[in-house]
Design a protein around this ligand. Sequence first.
Ligand SMILES: [Fe+2]
Length: 277
Amino acid sequence: MASKRTLSTFEKSYSKSPEGQERITQLRKQLAHFSAAAPAFIIPTDNEITFGVVSCSHLGSLYANLSGLVEFYKTAKREGAEFILHCGDVCDGAKMYKGQEYEQSAIGWEAQAKCFEDNAPGDLPTHFITGNHDESLKKLAGMDPGSDLARRRPDWKLIGSCTGRVVLDAGNGKSCIVDLMHPGGGSSYAVSYRPQKIVEQLEGGTKPNMLFIGHFHKAEWMPAYRNVCVAQSGCLQWQTPYMRDKGLAAHVGGWIVKVRMGDNCNMFAGSFVAFYR
Ligand SMILES: [Fe+2]
């Protein structure tokens, strides 16, 4: 199983040779995209790696598909995944819209965090970012919900607040930058419109190789938009009455992703594990 290290701990273990120092310089450039407040993680891998991607589990919602989340982890493990990336909205949060409390099984952060602590799958280690529903507690109560979740479950590593970056590093000059994002705002009429606009706004030289986008509860795979393999991560929450009223569909499931790093190319393959009821 791949271990997880931040750049600083990575540097300590890295060779002091000129090649080693050059590699650290390269990695520093790759990690420079996000603010220093967001820890970035290097995951040592082979040239080929399999992992899972989920988002929007909304634990504490009456419509959270917890059994689907559990089954997804088992499926991902069976398919050879080494870890899971979660693109935010781990819990349902509070006061996101009028009447939200009537769509919840766990009301208040303590109840939702306990639901997470007791039920979040642990078959594979998870790197997660928070989403706007998690972050609602920051606005309402001044607390740090992401850190609280990570404290309760050490197998769930917090890598950022609404954005995060991991570098899959094969250690032989080959690497793959993977960004997680939980943007704000609403969906558009066309499923791909918001992700296209997000990628169009990425500054040249800072783009990742892969970008996984949560929040919209949609599943989509665009393999090469501005040279970024972009996917919307789906969700593990059934359509809520709020979503139905707004005409918003829920694409329920998650991705199993295989990355192969070649000399002059990368191979990205995504399989969507879909849930229905
Ligand atoms: Fe969200």
